[in-house]
Structure formats: C-alpha cells, structure tokens
Design a binder for this molecule. Structure first.
Ligand SMILES: Cc1ncc(COP(=O)(O)O)c(C=O)c1O
Length: 445
C-alpha cells in the first residue's frame, strides 16, 4: 500500500512545504500529536504557534461546531454578521490604543501585514517602509517584500523598503550577524526621516524576532523604537502574528516595554488553527480607500467564531500567566543542560551557545563551540530529526536555533518529558546517531 508520505510527495506542491523530518499526523489533543501508528509526540511548535490553545480545546470545538451549523454564507464583504463585528469589538477592547480605531479581518498574518503596510502608504502618500534585517512578515505581497528573511529566492525585496539591523544581545557588535542596540537605533532614526517622500510611511517590527532566530531584543528596545517613530510622526506596526496572544507571558508582546503601537497585526493563534488574522489601527488609516482590500471569505462566521472563542479562553484561563510560569520551568530545565547537567554532561553544554526567551517563546542556539559561537545549522537539522525519532516535534529558525513554542496549555509533566527528549536528541546528534543522508532532504531553511 502506498504510504501517506509517498502520496504527499506525489500530490502536494513543493512550493508550500517546509519539512524537517517525515512527520505524519492524524490527530492531536492538548500539547500531544498522534501519528498514524498511534505514536505520541510532544508538540513543541504548536503549528508555528497557530495552535496556541492546544489541539481540540473544548471551547474552540464548541464555537466552531455551532458556527458551521448555522453560518449564513461565508464572509463580511457584503453582509454584516454578529461574530465578525463581535470579534472586531473584542479586539478593540483587548488592544490598547486611543482615538477612533478600526479592525481589518483577514485570513493569515501575510494579508494582515500587507493591508497594514498598504494602508499606511495610502494614508501618508509616502512609499518608504522601515523594516528589519532577518524579519519575517509574510509570504505574499508587500508583507513578503519587506521581509528580510525571504522564502522565495526569486523574489526581490520591495524597492522602497529600508532594512535596519535588529539588536541581538547574543551576537552584538558590528560585523556580527546583527548589530548592537546603539547601531540599530541610529539606523532606524536615519531611515525614518529618509526616503523619497520626505520620510517613511511606517515602520514594521516583530517584538521578538521569530523566524530570524528567536532573538529577544534588550529590554526597552521597542520603547526606544516607538519614541523615534513618534518623534518622526511615523506609525509603528507591531507584528504580533507569531509572538503575541499570551505566548510571551503577557497578552501582547509589546506590553513588555509598555508601548502602545499605532497598528497591531495578529494571525496564527487568533484562529486556533483556522484561517484568521486581524489588523487593529486608526480609522484614518484603515478606512481608506474603501474597498481596497477585498477577500471574499474574510471575516467569515466560522473563523470569527473561532477567534472570539480563542480570545475569550486566553483571558478566562489566564494563559499569559500560565505561559510565564511554564516558560520559566522549561527555560530552567534547558539552562541546566546548557550548564553541563545534561545526559552527557559537558559535551552537550559545549554546543549550546544560548538559551533565551519570554514565556513559552524559547530559543536554544546551537553552535560549533562556545568560544567561537559559530552557528551550527547541521547540528540543528540533526537535533530536530532525532527529537522527532524520540517523540517530540520541534523545528529550528535562523538556521541554528531550536524554536520552542508549545501550545500554551502544555502540562508540567510534558515540559519535563520534552526537555529530557531534547537533552538526549542533542547528545545523540553530537554522538553521530543521525546520518548526513537522513537529514539531507530537509536541509536549507
Ligand atoms: C512574525 C510573522 N508575521 C507574519 C507571518 C505570516 O503569517 P502567515 O504565514 O499566517 O501568513 C509570520 C509567519 O511565520 C510571522 O512569523
């Protein structure tokens, strides 16, 4: 019989695949995934954070089942539905901000960012967008054009984007992978007032740089960026698509620095796995020109019912507090491995350059050795492969950083088990238990 793996290879377009090992999944519950043979895997990705509430959360199941049974069509384009209006109102309540604001409802982080960027350009008449090297804002349109991290090698960057460095406390200084905070802020200040139209239309930033390597900027960085934006009269778009909605230990990642961004974009977790995204910002920017961002099924009753259930659950179950506590536990277990108390003592420790994160957004940077800190992408490929063999799903970002973003409902016992698996996966990968041939088909991201 043809395996699922073979059928996938024959049927699904390579253009939409980002694979790290031959993962087949048929169901999930909480923070656990099940493969076709019934094997349990601890989920340390949560579908790149889209399954933030965990798999099969009862609140989501009930909301979606009820909505799909009675949905009067599919979309907010030409009709008004209580759940699309309700979701927009929920977001206006939950996202701090002043003045008259509006909400765009979309399908994915990519269109939420694309709409935010286009609306800022339309409203200001300016073209320049300030964005960050190694940032990722989407795989389509202007969101792709201003992404420093390009998924399509044939695609060229937006002609009017100015990339500035994101500060990386683990690799500071000129000549490093990224700049220190002073260099970054100086570049931002220059970029905000530069460009052809006498200044920038907007600045877009990830509060924690996710796909670029799970880089947590120094405390206060976002505040200083926002101060520069305010001084230059340029709106700041805070891209909370991946790191927002309780994951960092606060409902919004920008809260860490006490910032109130002009525009906030959401995706992934807001839909609980269904396609849903949102852009929250000033009416003066998001109302004009009317009818300039049209997707037929945007704001549909099923996705918006899911979004309302997700937001309600995040608040009633106080999942931000849970993410904070669980994240501390996870980071302390990983810190012990990095300190030489892992399965094989100092051998693994020598290859862990850094353990960092906020809440349940954790990065483990793998290096050739601690002295040089040279990134080790091959080790990252082998560690995630070995972790899958041992029973955990974890991916890497920025070439060499394990990205640990489990469902927010992960239990303490699951965290302990996952840390143990990662410990053994690192030591097995270093010890040659994964061959170059095994990981070759998955190299490259
Ligand atoms: C920070 C950030 N913004 C936007 C996106 C794009 O979201 P989507 O893939 O849902 O279009 C991503 C996806 O990884 C992301 O990490």
């Amino acid at each position: 019989m043809t395996s699922l793996l073979e059928r996938d290879a024959r049927a699904i377009a390579g253009i939409e695949k980002l694979r790290f090992f031959p993962l087949e999944v048929v169901s999930g519950r909480g923070a656990v995934l099940y493969d076709p043979a019934g094997r349990e895997l601890v989920d340390l990705s949560a579908t790149w954070t889209a399954s933030g509430l965990g798999h099969g959360h009862p609140a989501l199941v009930e909301a979606v089942a009820a909505a799909v049974r009675t949905a009067p069509g599919s979309g907010g384009l030409s009709a008004i539905h209580p759940d699309s209006v309700g979701l927009a109102e929920d977001l206006l309540d939950l996202v701090p901000g002043g003045g008259e604001r509006r909400v765009y409802l979309g399908h994915a982080g990519s269109d939420a960012n694309d709409v935010a960027l286009r609306a800022c350009r339309n409203a200001s008449g300016r073209r320049t967008v300030v964005a960050f090297e190694h940032g990722y804002h989407g795989g389509l349109g202007s969101a792709m054009g201003v992404s420093g991290q390009q998924v399509d090698a044939g695609h060229t960057a937006d002609p009017d984007v100015v990339f500035v460095p994101y500060p990386n406390p683990f690799r500071p200084g000129p000549g490093g992978l990224m700049a220190d905070v002073t260099a970054s802020l100086a570049a931002i200040e220059a970029a905000l007032s530069g460009g052809s139209g006498g200044g920038a239309a907007c600045l877009i930033v990830e509060p924690i740089l996710a796909d670029g390597g799970l880089v947590v900027p120094p405390d206060g960085f976002l505040r200083r960026v926002h101060d520069l934006c305010v001084a230059a009269g340029v709106p700041l778009i805070c891209d909370e698509v991946k790191m927002g909605l309780a994951r960092p230990g606060t409902l919004h990642a920008f809260e860490h620095d006490g910032v109130v961004p002009e525009i906030v974009t959401f995706g992934k977790a807001i839909g609980g796995g269904l396609p849903l995204s949102a852009t929250v910002g000033p009416a003066a920017i998001l109302d004009h020109p009317a009818g300039s961002a049209l997707l037929t099924t945007a704001g549909n009753p099923v996705s918006t019912a899911a979004g309302r259930a997700v937001l309600r659950t995040l608040v009633t179950e106080d999942l931000a507090a849970r993410a904070d506590t669980a994240g501390r536990r996870f980071r302390s277990l990983l810190g012990r491995i990095a300190d030489g108390h892992g399965a094989d003592g100092g051998r693994s420790a020598e290859r862990i350059g850094d353990v960092r994160g906020r809440g349940l957004a954790i990065g483990v940077e793998l290096v050739r050795d601690r002295d040089s800190g040279t990134p080790d992408p091959t080790l990252a490929q082998k560690v995630v492969y070995r972790a899958w063999q041992l029973g955990a799903v974890v991916y890497y970002v920025g070439g060499n950083v394990l990205e640990i973003t489990p469902p927010l409902v992960i239990a303490d016992a699951e965290i302990d088990r996952a840390a143990d698996i990662l410990d053994h996966a690192i030591s097995d990968a270093i010890g040659g238990r994964v061959s170059d041939e095994e990981v070759r088909p998955y190299a490259g991201w």
